[in-house]
Structures are given as structure tokens and as C-alpha cells.
Design a binder for this molecule. Structure first.
Ligand code: AMP
Length: 217
């Protein structure tokens, strides 16, 4: 499997990627997760990325492409991968095609999770992640049984720094201006599939399976 998950922040890409990882034994490559890890560890790359992330802007293409090149070179990607949050603009998409062609690969599908903007706002400002196991919850739409505590492992839930209302608005604008053009880009390559991201999580996962099997994945 070599696929891209397309969708605005909060559309459910991370949640679906985790389901597909479990079901297909492939890896999820989230540039947002890689960047947040670099910020946490205080690496030079993390320091360079932090200001843009806090402001809800895109980190420079150089940084992100360097990270992707390195990640795709690791052996655990041999069984397949799901790109989550990358590419984010046309330059990254073209660079990805070039990089994959260098290593004799190509993408099989770009799957768009479609969610109306009003829903995204609520999803993002309510989003909570488990500090221990990474499970995702939402205060409004998918609350944990006990507030602030992970259902899966009992770990502490936290909200991402960039999920405050001001930054969220900016991230949604960035999506419309820079990332949404990728929908046409992949449609023109005949690789685009759309899934209604407002459906229940399990329904969406089932539709992913069907879209993937239609493409022979
Ligand atoms: P995400 O977790 O995908 O919502 O990403 C969080 C933040 O990381 C974004 O708002 C950007 O600042 C940065 N980021 C993640 N992926 C990329 C990318 N492919 N290109 C540029 N910046 C990115």
C-alpha cells in the first residue's frame, strides 16, 4: 500500500490511518507527528519548525521533504505506507512524485476525507490525544468515559498547542489556499477517491477498504 490521505485538519486522517495500520500492517507517516517529536526533542529541525507550527503555518518544504526522504528510506516502509498530512501543497506533491519515481515507486491512491468547515472547527478545538498510547478522543464528538483519562490505557489526555481557536482558523485557511489544490492534482492523475468524513469511524474505515480493494490495494 502506498497512499496519501488528503483532508483538512480535523477531518479524521490520523484516526483512519491508525485503523489502516492495524488492518493492513503498513506504517503511518505523519509529518505533523514527526515535526512534533522533533520539537519535543529540541533538535535543530524542531527549533526551526516550531514558530511556523505555533502560528498554524506550513513548515518549509525543505525541512518536510528532508524528513520524508529519510523516513521512506527506512526498512519498515517496505510493506507499505500511509502518508498523513503530507503533501500539503503542490510543490510537495510534485517533489513526492519525483522522489518516488527515483526509488521505482508510485502512489496508488489519494483518498480525500470530506468534512464541512463548521464540523472541523468543533472537532479541532475539542480534540484530545492520550499522552501514553496516542489514542484520539474529542470532548464534543467522541468523549472518553472519564474526562481527561484515556479509555484504552488510562493515560492522561492533552490538547495539542495548535488546536486553539485562533491557530485552528489559520490552519483551515492554509488548507483552503495551499492544500485543497491537491484534490485537482490527484484527480488529474486518476488517483483521487472521496469519502464522506462525517460518517461513523467504522463506516469510513469500511469505505476505505472498499476503495482500496477497487484499486487492487
Ligand atoms: P498536522 O498534525 O498534520 O495537523 O500538522 C501540524 C502542523 O505541522 C501544521 O500546522 C504545520 O505547521 C506542520 N506540518 C505538518 N505537515 C506539514 C507539511 N507536509 N508541510 C508543512 N508543514 C507541515
Amino acid at each position: 500500500m502506498r497512499i496519501v490521505l488528503l483532508g483538512a485538519p480535523g477531518s479524521g486522517k490520523g484516526t483512519q490511518a491508525k485503523q489502516l495500520v492495524d488492518q493492513y500492517g503498513v506504517v503511518q507517516i505523519s509529518t505533523g507527528d514527526l515535526l512534533r517529536a522533533a520539537v519535543r526533542e529540541g533538535t535543530p529541525l524542531g527549533q526551526a519548525a516550531k514558530a511556523a507550527m505555533d502560528a498554524g503555518q506550513l513548515v518549509s518544504d525543505d525541512i518536510v521533504l528532508g524528513m520524508i526522504r529519510e523516513r521512506l528510506g527506512q526498512p519498515d516502509t517496505a510493506k507499505g505506507y500511509i502518508l498523513d498530512g503530507f503533501p500539503r501543497n503542490l510543490a510537495q506533491a510534485a517533489a513526492l512524485d519525483a522522489l518516488l519515481s527515483d526509488i521505482g515507486q508510485s502512489l496508488q491512491a489519494a483518498i480525500l476525507l470530506d468534512v464541512p468547515f463548521m464540523d472541523l472547527l468543533r472537532r479541532l478545538t475539542g480534540r484530545q490525544t492520550c499522552r501514553s498510547c496516542g489514542a484520539l478522543f474529542n470532548k464534543y464528538t467522541h468523549p472518553s468515559r472519564e474526562p481527561g483519562v484515556c479509555d484504552a490505557c488510562g493515560g492522561e489526555l492533552f490538547s495539542r498547542d495548535d488546536d486553539n481557536e485562533k491557530t485552528v482558523n489559520h490552519r483551515l485557511t492554509v488548507f483552503t489556499e495551499q492544500t485543497a489544490p491537491l484534490i485537482e492534482f490527484y484527480a488529474a492523475q486518476g488517483k483521487l477517491d472521496r469519502i464522506d468524513g462525517t460518517q461513523p469511524i467504522a463506516t469510513i474505515t469500511a469505505q476505505f477498504r472498499s476503495v482500496l480493494s477497487q484499486r487492487g490495494v
